[in-house]
Design a protein around this ligand. Structure first.
Ligand SMILES: *[C@@H]1O[C@H](CO)[C@@H](O)[C@H](O)[C@H]1NC(C)=O
Ligand SMILES: *[C@@H]1O[C@H](CO)[C@@H](O)[C@H](O)[C@H]1NC(C)=O
Ligand SMILES: *[C@@H]1O[C@H](CO)[C@@H](O)[C@H](O)[C@H]1NC(C)=O
Length: 270
């Protein structure tokens, strides 16, 4: 069973800034023209996928009850409550969150698949921010296969590249926008994971569905990738509508002591 995390969210500040045109292919995105002036009745906050005039891409998924949860047909479900509300006479709204730590865009710590690492304290708070931030390559994986040794070899990722975001068929199939979990997602096969560990300098692996390991190799591929405690897995990334190439990636997990997973906010900067 997944451990859960409980957080209190304080002081939500609604800031209306000028909206940029968001990518139309991201569901739930509603570009809002506030240049005409927001009034009390049309206070609609912009939800953006791209910031800074196309320079900053948000590659994290929005947390919603309908987003997929690993192994479930019903999605994440309700994860936010409002125990203190202004409508109930409280001086402020204070919501509460309960969420499996491997939900949506999230990071895995070595303790996820290694019990002795878990016991030793290799939690998300111990992950190296130097690995999670820096130059990254976004690559397109051939759409007809899982990530095998052959596929890895064919990607010709140069030595020295340490952060790679793998865009796969998962993005084309919009799996992260579907409530029902799909076990046919693309991920690393055990031999692909081994090839990566043995032949590349990759330390940050980003992938576009809930697991870096293919469903049939769920344990074996995770074990290969996490064993050395050098590779960090960021899963459930939103890589739609971004050109392949080199970016600066910035991923920040929550400092959840004792947790082997955490929601993570990731952005790419051109
Ligand atoms: C405060 O809570 C009320 C419900 O009591 C809700 O309608 C309102 O949108 C909340 N305000 C903010 C800023 O979240
Ligand atoms: C107000 O409080 C009651 C009782 O605690 C609760 O059932 C209700 O959901 C609350 N309403 C809001 C808007 O938070
Ligand atoms: C990837 O592997 C899964 C099983 O883990 C399988 O269901 C799926 O069809 C494979 N995808 C491709 C494109 O081969």
């Amino acid at each position: 069973m997944n451990p859960v995390l409980l957080l209190l969210l304080f002081s939500l500040q609604a800031t209306l800034s000028h909206a940029t045109t968001a990518y139309p292919s991201i569901p739930g995105t509603t570009p809002v023209d506030v240049s005409s002036g927001a009034t009390a009745t049309n206070l609609i906050p912009p939800r953006r996928e791209v910031h800074g005039n196309g320079r900053i891409f948000d590659i994290s998924h929005r947390y919603t009850p309908d987003m997929p949860a690993f192994g479930s047909a019903d999605g994440v479900g309700q994860f936010l409550w409002l125990p203190y509300s202004m409508k109930n006479g409280s001086i402020a709204n204070n919501s509460e969150m309960k969420l499996p730590t491997h939900t949506g865009t999230h990071v895995d710590a070595p303790g996820h698949f290694f019990d002795h690492y878990f016991d030793a304290g290799f939690d998300v708070d111990t992950l190296d921010l130097d690995v999670l931030n820096g130059a990254a390559l976004l690559v397109d994986v051939p759409r007809d296969k899982n990530i095998t040794a052959e596929v890895m070899e064919g990607l010709h990722i140069p030595k020295g590249v340490s952060r790679v975001l793998f865009r796969t068929l998962n993005t084309d199939k919009r799996l992260m926008f579907q409530k029902e979990f799909d076990s046919s997602y693309v991920g690393f096969k055990e031999d692909g994971a081994k090839w990566l560990v043995e032949n590349t300098d990759i330390k940050l692996i980003g992938i576009d569905y809930l697991s870096a390991a293919a469903y049939d190799d769920l344990s074996s591929a995770h074990l290969v990738l996490l064993e050395g405690r050098e590779i960090i897995l960021v899963e459930g990334l939103k890589l739609d509508d971004i050109q392949p190439g080199t970016y600066s990636v910035h991923c920040l997990p929550l400092r959840l002591q004792g947790a082997e997973g955490s929601p993570i906010r990731c952005i790419l900067i051109k």
